[in-house]
Ligand binder design. Structure first.
Ligand SMILES: *Cc1c(COP(=O)(O)O)cnc(C)c1O
Length: 339
């Protein structure tokens, strides 16, 4: 049995999703004429109560477009040191937007309003880069799937208002956070200027992200997407997967969360694991006992058909997802106990 827990991006479209894709009405989306893309964008705009939504091939491109919309070259973005936009987008923030990132040493990928305030450069001090954007991530990826305290987000919004800064959310796994906290998408829409959400993580689509935002900012988003090479044609075939996923794959995220918690419990009980980070959603980050070599551990699990990720600095990661079945789960727990 092949058990792939490297990421929640390894899922394959289900039969139902493939059917929805095959029967989607299509048109040329560069002309704005793909009815399925238009339906997906409209659905997300309504869901977040934002005037505009735009379909992107990847979460990276959606985040990169958002950074471009909020900044001018030479300016600075405030984010946590774990942020995906800083660590895992190929240096895109500097390449595409010519901005630097001011990194905050936060807690599991989350920062406080106080920390944000402390690193804003005074706009009249022309020696320093002009601070123009704060970017948050929910759930945090490198932070182990942690969910934000909404009160802290509100405080950061107030800081952004006082200092005329934009506020972007990398919501690649916002669906997981919403499932746990029972918050509503429109609460996020009311706070953030722009939000990117992924359809290809927990929701199980083969591809796709959507950026929602305010009218004035989003007016330029379609041009930025074109510049980044993301103007696509009959992609209703992909948007149909997104619509299907929103209907069928959101509620089941709680199953992924329960399985992740169970994995964490078992890891904690073993002698070879030193530390398991708190598990809130579908990401399990753990550290091995100092006597266990991580490369050896990963190799020996691989020989039993189990794949996981090495996050560096002694941290290993397992991510549960919709293609990780009950049967695989039982088998994994058995193996983790036996080794
Ligand atoms: C996966 C992910 C993205 C987007 O990644 P793509 O692979 O480009 O779709 C953005 N932010 C976070 C936190 C992610 O985990």
């Amino acid at each position: 049995m092949h058990i792939d827990l490297r990421s929640d991006t390894v899922t394959k479209p289900s039969g139902g999703m493939m059917k929805a894709m095959a029967s989607a009405p299509l048109g040329d989306d560069v002309y704005g004429e793909d009815p399925t893309v238009n339906a997906l964008e409209k659905r997300l705009a309504i869901m977040f109560n934002k005037p505009k939504a735009l379909f992107f091939p990847t979460g990276t491109m959606a985040n990169q477009a958002a950074i471009k919309l909020h900044t001018q070259p030479g300016e600075q973005v405030i984010c946590d040191q774990y942020a995906h936009i800083y660590n895992y987008e190929g240096g895109g923030a500097s390449f595409n937007s010519g901005v630097s990132c001011k990194l905050i040493d936060g807690h599991r990928g989350m920062i406080t309003a106080e920390q944000v305030t402390a690193v804003i450069n005074p706009p009249d001090f022309y020696h320093s880069p002009l601070t123009s954007l704060v970017a948050l991530e929910n759930t945090t990826n490198k932070g182990g799937g942690a969910c934000w305290d909404f009160k802290e987000i509100s405080k950061i919004r107030s800081v952004c208002d006082a200092h005329h800064l934009g506020l972007h959310l990398d919501g690649a796994r916002l669906w997981n956070a919403l499932e746990v906290t029972n918050e509503k998408p429109e609460q996020y829409g009311a706070i953030f200027d722009t939000i990117s959400v992924c359809l290809s993580k927990g929701l199980g689509c083969p591809i796709g992200s959507v950026l929602v935002g305010d009218e004035a900012l989003m007016e330029k988003a379609i041009r930025v997407r074109k510049m980044l090479g993301g103007g696509m044609r009959q992609v209703g075939v992909l948007a149909a997967a997104g619509l299907y996923a929103l209907d069928h794959n959101r509620e089941r995220l709680s199953e992924d969360h329960a399985k992740a918690k169970a994995i964490g419990q078992v890891l904690k009980s073993t002698s070879y694991v030193a530390k398991v980070q708190p598990i809130e959603t579908n990401i399990v980050i753990f550290e091995l006992d100092s006597t266990v070599d991580s490369a050896y551990f990963i190799d020996s699990l691989q020989s039993k058909g189990i794949l996981l990720s090495n996050m560096g600095s002694g941290k290993l990661r397992m991510v549960t997802h919709m293609d990780y079945t009950d049967q695989m789960h039982e088998k994994l727990l058995e193996i983790l106990i036996s080794i």
